[in-house]
Ligand binder design. Structure first.
Ligand SMILES: CC(C)(COP(=O)(O)OP(=O)(O)OC[C@H]1O[C@@H](n2cnc3c(N)ncnc32)[C@H](O)[C@@H]1OP(=O)(O)O)[C@@H](O)C(=O)NCCC(=O)NCCS
Length: 320
């Protein structure tokens, strides 16, 4: 066994839709402004009683079915989220109980919008070293709960959702190369500064603060560099990539990165128009959609990349 391989994928979006038209009038914006600057038309919002674990459960159940893997067989659960249902236990442990699994290692990863790339990289190492045989990797966020709905600079960008995949060992090529990076010097450019102490929220509020243009510039540079890193680690040319699956933050970031890499947009999976930025869920949701609609086929070369608060960023190069 030399590789970890994706055995099945799943995804879930809450049913409640919030269109630009519904949102724009409340915040002094317009559908046209939002589409032109972001490519987003609408987003899904979790129902008041729906938590991150509820979304994760739907996506995980679908991925386990696709992988033909009973939940009892999982020996690792890695869940990426910035919006856990509670401080602890981790959402991974809450999900484990809902799935009916006992004994698997289970933990959350907090790398904001790069969370799924971090989680997949960690699970890949467990499988490759033989420390796990069946890993569930989930990206799930109810990011809408971190938004100030009066701040038009941020509230138009995000939505809620969950995506998942099951990984197992394989002799044929699966995950080929991974790279993770972070630079905490950029912490003030994208953050939710609130924290809980003495039973109360401290450090201001629990809403997203963002320097949009700085995030934009950093994202395009960091993403194109990390993509080059994973490709050169495998001595593969860009032309060998069948599908680029970027974090779905902003269509202009996706287009600028693809242009810098000279990857045509026909080879880029884009889902953000109807979903917005679903944070850690965006890449597994895009992956799942393209697997289920037949665009992604076995042994095609996939390139996944993301950037998020921290800043954190990373890429995964794989054969599907
Ligand atoms: C957020 C973003 C779309 C804003 O676009 P921008 O071109 O940078 O716009 P600016 O923030 O410079 O604001 C320009 C003007 O548009 C206004 N504006 C901002 N949001 C608006 C909205 N939703 N509707 C209408 N006007 C808006 C601003 O108030 C500003 O007006 P002012 O000059 O009168 O103050 C863009 O910066 C972006 O996408 N950045 C990356 C964000 C991201 O991806 N974050 C997640 C990373 S994981």
């Amino acid at each position: 066994m030399n590789y970890s391989q994706i055995l099945g994928t799943g995804g879930y979006l809450p049913s409640r839709e919030l269109t630009n038209h519904q949102l724009a009038t409340q915040i002094g914006s317009s559908h046209e402004w939002i589409v032109e600057r972001t490519g987003i038309h609408s987003r899904r919002l979790a129902a008041p009683e729906e938590g991150t674990c509820d979304l994760a459960l739907q996506a995980a159940t679908q991925a386990l079915q696709a992988a033909n893997c009973p939940a009892e067989e999982l020996d690792l659960i890695v869940l990426a989220t910035t919006t856990p249902d509670m401080i602890y236990p981790s959402t991974a442990c809450l999900l484990q109980a809902r799935l009916g699994n006992q004994g698997a290692a289970a933990f959350d990863v907090q790398a904001v919008c790069s969370g799924f790339i971090y989680a997949l990289t960690i699970a890949d190492k467990f499988i490759k070293t033989g420390a796990a045989q069946r890993a569930l990797v989930v990206g799930a966020d109810t990011y809408s709960r971190l938004l100030d709905w009066e701040d038009r600079r941020t509230c138009v960008l995000f939505g809620d959702g969950a995506g998942a995949c099951v990984l197992g060992p394989s002799d044929r090529p699966g995950i080929l190369a991974t790279r993770l990076h972070a630079d905490g010097a950029h912490q003030h450019k994208l953050k939710v500064p609130g924290m809980v102490a003495a039973g109360q929220l401290q450090n201001g509020d629990g809403y997203t603060k963002m320097a949009g243009q700085e995030v934009f510039k950093f994202a395009v540079k960091a993403l194109s560099e990390v993509v080059e890193e994973v490709l050169s680690a495998q001595h593969l040319p860009k032309e060998s990539v069948d599908w680029l699956i970027p974090h779905q933050a902003n269509l202009r970031i996706i287009e600028a990165t693809a242009k810098k890499l000279k990857i045509p947009m026909e080879k880029v999976i884009v889902t953000l128009a109807q979903q917005g930025n679903t944070s850690a869920a965006s890449i597994p949701l895009a992956l799942n959609q393209a697997v289920r609609d037949g665009r992604i086929r076995p042994q095609q070369t996939l390139l996944l990349e993301a950037v998020g608060g921290g800043f954190t960023w990373g890429a995964v190069l794989m054969k599907y």
